[in-house]
Design a protein around this ligand. Structure first.
Ligand code: BGC
Length: 816
């Protein structure tokens, strides 16, 4: 069952009923000011940091799930009937409804009783504000006397404090209303120099800034007293819950449309010019007035919206494909790329499943997010790499997560996830391959942001590798620490047998548990670093890294191979995990993917064998399960993984992030059909028709789909912010379609499903454009026989970089 459809032409997903199984959301903002917006206008906004600079309040885990947002009310002043043109919060029946989620904008249109309202929400480029452009049309054949009310609930900035510290917060709220603009200035008087403003293009009939006056006692957002009676109270918030609400009266002739613009923004004042006049308590708003005036003008709004479209044209123009599969085209050309950008911007901070409070930027996460983003805005990827690397410790270890504004680890999550440092090598290598920019390797980067501690980025990479080498366990495999990629596999939790200290998942980083996954990742990273070292003429170092990779490969084959697949790990007691010796959790997906990505088992048939085991034991029509059999009970020696009921999350859920590793591995061994089947099984667009099962948005990947042990097999959860976005993009574009940036140039080496008869692509790469045509007879499933580049047949499958501005025609021919 569908709840909407794709409009590929306009790059939109069109939702045609408001009661989607879950809120289907979108993101506003591309630079510093961001917002989440659901298909019923729920969500919130923040400036740079979802925790520390939250502009509007949102209560998670609400009933209904999604409550609180950028709400409008239309009131027919002749009858007193009022409703929300975005359906929420009044949920009054609408005669028509349509939500179009586009690239960094959302447009919600509806009609009731002959009154049509369409609201466009977006954040203009280069600004720290959002625009709501509302168009109200009178489709009746009589005049209409209407009221339009806006509303936002302000967050008192630090979202964590806002949600907990009520004894203080109920007394701190402050607003100012001047010339029809509502200013939210809580905490402005002391250490903070920022404020929010909410403005309207029309003369006001009234306003409200105190929530409980606007709503009335014991009322919710579905029935505000001010809206019901048709007049604002002109309330001023002193403490309690500051809001912003404008009341505008609209008299519309039959057929008339009126445009009303609301602008919600963030501003900072220099410390010395906070108040006007100095010493008073009146905000200095001189510098924001012109900004507000400009954005309240319809022409500015139209231009700003067009500029946003052009921005996305540029970004998505980097890679365009035309394949025989519409779901592939749509994801590669629009939605997967878009999700990669959003994930890059948000890391794992703010979604409808991430509160924006708990997690900041993940070291591992952000490095992987780069993989799907770097071709679109390499400069920002460069900046991000330097930022992430600056949080690394001199040991090579890293904060697992850090707050973007403070650059410090949040929630005391320090080192100990022993895979973290190696992702930096993979992120940097992807950047250098894409851009050819080696200067980044010489950039001075501090440790833990301590001035004076700078070494080159290249040295950071060396330390990442050394970090693993210095932390090997009894079998010579890397120590897992607190966990590796699988946050929930906490193998240094001792069992609480008498005489042994009890250790919980929170501090389980000591101990000798080992990870085969990190071993595979190490092989991959060491090879990547060897190639970078060679590029810099450091041949001896390169040879050292290659030898280290070989040595680790041998250890994996000796201690990490279980007979038909790669083992997952060894626990604190030295027992294998992910082995046929185990009663549950016998085979895990992660090492099958990562070891093959590192090249382990490619020459001796182990890779093919392992992938066969994955197909046999882990694959389902809804994607590949993380491990089997699921843990039926909690096991202290495995930690959090076994805390989940069978089929969910890391306990045998389909953890989508890991699936593309298998797609890539299958492509590496030449299995085009299997790689593509796996790709389609979790492609959200290909799952659109089963939206009642999948339940999350059909235009973006979710982190997890319930596994076969779950009663809700096939149900997705935790959409948007997941490494799944970047890795699927890499799997389909670089390995299945085979357009892969390498240090020496652009490789074109597709591994396609047999039924396809080729495809076409346009790829921008290092300032040149490659027009790629892949020709293959349907039914054939071989590899590229030869490339023809600008009419000349070349050896191998790497097209050397062309001069900037060149347009290069590449033809790849698959013959058997
Ligand atoms: C985290 C990832 C982790 C994954 C698997 C996600 O929630 O963001 O860093 O690899 O879970 O545990």
């Amino acid at each position: 069952m569908r709840y909407g459809h794709f409009d590929d032409e306009r790059r939109e997903y069109v939702i045609d009923r408001p009661d989607t199984p879950l809120p289907w959301i979108n993101y506003l903002g591309t630079e510093e000011y961001f917002g989440l917006v659901s298909n019923t206008a729920g969500g919130y906004s923040f400036y740079r940091d979802a925790r520390l600079r939250r502009l509007t309040r949102y209560r998670y885990n609400n009933a209904p799930f999604d409550l609180g947002g950028r709400y409008l009310y239309v009131r027919d002043d002749a009858t007193g009937d009022f409703w929300s043109p975005t359906w929420q919060p009044t949920r009054s029946p609408l005669d028509s409804y349509e939500c179009r989620h586009g690239l960094s904008y959302t447009r919600i249109a509806s009609a009731r009783g002959g009154i049509r309202a369409e609201t466009l929400y977006f954040v203009p480029l280069g600004e720290t504000l959002e625009v709501w452009r509302v168009r109200v049309t009178n489709d009746r054949d009589t005049a209409a006397e209407l009221s339009l009310f806006s509303s936002v609930e302000f967050c008192l900035w630090d979202a964590q404090d806002d949600a907990t510290n009520f004894q203080r917060n109920f007394s701190t709220g402050q607003v100012e209303v001047a010339d029809g603009v509502i200013y939210h200035k809580t905490e402005y008087r002391e250490r903070r120099d920022h404020f929010a403003y909410f403005a309207c293009s029309e003369p006001l009939a009234g306003f409200d800034t105190q929530r409980d006056t606007f709503l009335g006692p014991y009322r919710g957002w579905d029935q505000p007293a001010a809206v019901e009676r048709g007049a604002a109270f002109d309330s001023e918030a002193h403490g309690w819950a500051p809001i912003g609400s404008h009341h505008v009266r609209l008299a519309l002739a039959p057929g008339e449309t009126r445009e009303v613009v609301f602008v919600l923004g963030y501003a900072e004042n220099p410390r010395t010019e906070k108040f006007d006049p100095p010493g008073s308590q009146t905000l200095n708003k001189r510098h924001v007035r012109p900004v507000i005036e400009r954005w309240l003008r319809p022409e500015t709004v139209a231009e700003g919206f067009a500029a946003l479209g052009a921005y996305w044209d540029r970004l998505l123009g980097t890679l365009r494909v035309t394949t025989p599969d519409a779901d592939t085209d749509r994801m590669v050309n629009i939605w997967n790329a878009y999700q990669c950008v959003v994930t890059f911007n948000m890391s794992r901070s703010a979604s409808f499943y991430e509160s924006g409070i708990g997690r900041g930027m993940g070291f591992r996460d952000s490095n992987q997010d780069l993989l799907g983003f770097v071709h679109m805005i390499p400069d920002r990827a460069r900046q991000r790499i330097l930022d992430i690397a600056a949080t690394q410790m001199a040991t090579g270890g890293a904060y697992h997560q850090y707050q973007p504004l403070t650059k410090r680890g949040n929630n005391d999550i320090g080192e100990g996830f022993n895979d973290d440092p190696l992702w930096l090598v993979l992120g940097v290598s992807a950047y250098v391959k894409e851009t050819g920019d080696q200067t980044i390797l010489d950039e001075p980067v501090p440790f833990d942001n301590v001035p004076g501690s700078e070494v080159s980025l290249y040295e950071h990479l060396r330390r990442s590798v050394t970090y693993t080498q210095e932390r090997l366990g009894p079998h010579g495999l890397p120590l897992i620490g607190r966990a590796d990629w699988n946050d929930c596999l906490n193998l240094n939790c001792f069992s609480d047998t008498p005489g042994e200290p009890f250790q919980t998942t929170e501090n389980a980083s000591g101990g000798g548990a080992e990870s085969v996954f990190i071993a595979g990742q190490f092989v991959l990273a060491a090879k990547e670093l060897a190639a970078i070292a060679e590029l810099r003429g450091r041949d001896e170092e390169a040879a050292g890294y290659r030898a280290a990779a070989e040595k680790m490969t041998a250890v994996i084959i000796e201690h990490g191979w279980d007979g038909a697949w790669f083992r997952r790990a060894y626990d604190f007691h030295g027992h294998p995990v992910g082995s046929s010796e185990n009663d549950e959790g016998q085979i895990f997906i992660e090492p099958q993917g990562m070891c093959v990505l590192g090249g382990v088992g490619l020459d001796d048939g182990l890779a093919v064998r392992a992938l066969g085991s994955v197909a046999e034991r882990l694959a389902t029509p809804h994607g590949i399960i993380l491990q089997q059999p699921a843990y039926s009970d909690y096991r202290i020696e495995l930690g959090e993984i076994s805390s989940y009921p069978p089929g969910y999350k890391e306990n045998a859920g389909i953890f989508c992030h890991t699936n593309p590793w298998i797609m890539i591995a299958e492509a590496m061994v030449g299995h085009g059909d299997r790689a593509f089947d796996y790709y389609r099984s979790i492609n959200p667009s290909a799952r659109e028709a089963i939206s009642e099962v999948h339940r999350c948005e059909p235009y973006v990947y979710a982190q997890m789909i319930a596994g076969r042990d779950a009663p809700t097999h096939g149900e997705a959860k935790n959409s948007w912010l997941t490494g799944t976005a970047a890795w699927n993009f890499v799997a389909i574009t670089q390995w299945i379609l085979g357009i892969r940036p390498e240090l020496a140039g652009l490789r074109v080496d597709p591994v396609l499903p047999a039924a396809w008869s080729g495809f076409r692509a346009t790829r921008e790469f290092r300032s040149a454009t490659y027009e790629i045509t892949v020709r293959k007879a349907a039914g054939v499933s071989g590899r590229v026989a030869y490339l023809v580049v600008d009419g000349e047949r070349i050896d191998g499958t790497v097209v050397p970089p062309a001069p900037a501005g060149a347009v290069v025609a590449v033809e790849a021919v698959i013959e058997q």
